[in-house]
Write a protein that binds this ligand. Structure first.
Ligand code: HEC
Length: 379
């Protein structure tokens, strides 16, 4: 035992003595690369893995060190206690010397290289445009049902500026602040708010990130750019879990028409936030091999959430405030004694039931006009 220890310490001493001069003069002869986590993403021959090839890198010392220390996109930064400045310099020199061998570029990288921050931004631009086109169509449909066109001439008499004020005010009060739920049930408002404001927080975080940290370099967990999405994500997640509970406990959750689309929305929201947290957590220092698949899972969830938004319950986020504003405007005009000839609309949210009731009623009174019913309002 003692002998073994002695041999070990001699070996260790020899090791330190031998290693010392190498550290002092950064020479590519020392193999730093294969001992680092870089290998996990950039491949053993530095010809790429999930990250791009970095053999024969042309980056300056400064650029290299910035990327290494701060990270970039999916790549986490490496702190000096993990890799000293000296070793980093050796690593840089070593990478410059490593041969460029295109046959070594793996398929994973070819997939991964599509996921640059720029391509991801382009992807979302495209998905958002797609969603926007259909969202406008959905809005146009409901605007027609709300009789907005008939309101046109009355608005001119009412005053366009005044009408705009009533409309925008309602968008803020009824839409953004969800005043109707607040008046009815504060607890319900809070649960709804967790999702609504959490989601807005996430969107804001992404915009701020794009402005202040476009390369998505590492920032501390306590940094506002990180804190905002963390708290917002937690809020959305809590709210979504509550919705899941309601799907199990609320007997009236099924309105007979939109259940599937509602549930799709909730599920996509769930996966968006879950995958977002996983991505963030893995990026903080987790298993490198998982980062790319989880990141793709995240991008897919967000992409699907946005792309399907005009067709799932997501659309209530813009349809409901819009219709509430239409109602507010109609009411204001009615109160202005320019009566439109109809009283207050039924509250949004029950029109599918109202539709069925109305159809049933009509069938009882008049069997010959089966499809003369068109309910104006949307949930
Ligand atoms: C979790 C995977 C991962 C790990 C670990 C990782 N990288 Fe990266 N690295 C990437 C990805 C992904 C990119 C591309 C980032 C982008 O442009 O969005 C990248 C980019 C780079 C670049 C810039 C390449 C160029 O030409 O633009 C360098 C240099 C680099 N990494 C060096 C390193 C070094 C050195 C280490 C180890 C200390 C390391 N990386 C660890 C994933 C990783």
């Amino acid at each position: 035992m003692k002998l073994a220890l002695a041999v070990l310490s001699v070996a260790a001493l020899a090791g330190t003595l031998l290693a010392q001069p190498k550290v002092a003069t950064p020479a590519p002869s020392k193999d730093v690369f294969s001992t680092t986590a870089c290998v996990g993403c950039h491949g053993v021959s530095a010809m790429g893995g999930l990250g791009p090839p970095i053999a024969k890198t042309k980056l300056t010392d400064e650029q290299f060190m910035t990327i290494l220390r701060k990270g970039r996109g999916m790549m986490p930064g490496t702190k000096p206690d993990m890799l000293s400045d000296q070793d980093a310099a050796i690593l840089h020199a070593q990478l410059r010397e490593m041969p460029w061998d295109p046959t070594q570029i793996p398929l994973a990288f070819k997939v991964g290289s599509l996921l640059t921050t720029r391509n991801v931004a382009l992807f979302f631009l495209f998905v958002s445009l797609f969603a926007l086109v259909f969202a406008v169509r959905v809005l146009a449909y409901w605007a027609g049902n709300a009789g907005l066109r008939r309101l046109g001439p009355k608005i001119a008499r009412f005053g366009r500026g005044r009408a705009a004020w009533v409309f925008v005010r309602s968008l803020v009060v009824d839409g953004l602040l969800v005043a109707s739920v607040w008046r009815k049930d504060r607890v319900r408002w809070l649960w709804h708010g967790l999702i609504l404001y959490g989601f807005l927080g996430l969107m804001l975080a992404d915009v701020l990130m794009q402005i202040f940290n476009p390369t998505r370099a590492d920032v501390a967990l306590t940094h506002p750019l990180k804190l905002l999405p963390l708290l917002s994500g937690a809020a959305v997640f809590t709210g979504v879990l509550y919705v899941y509970v309601r799907y199990r406990t609320d007997r009236f959750i099924d309105n007979g028409v939109t259940l599937g689309r509602d549930f799709l929305f909730v599920n996509l929201l769930f996966h968006t936030v879950l995958s977002g947290f996983l991505t963030m957590w893995l990026n903080q220092g987790g298993a490198a091999g998982w980062i790319m698949p989880i990141y793709i899972y995240h991008l897919t969830s967000v992409g699907l959430l946005i792309a399907t938004s005009p067709f799932t319950r997501f659309n209530h986020a813009f349809v409901a405030p819009f219709l509430a504003a239409c109602t507010a405007l109609t009411e204001a005009i009615v109160q202005d004694e320019k009566d439109l000839g109809f009283l207050r609309e039924p509250s949004p949210g029950r029109d599918h039931k109202s539709q069925r009731i109305a159809e049933g009623l009509l069938r009882t009174i008049d069997r010959d006009s089966p499809d003369a019913i068109r309910i104006r309002y949307y949930p």
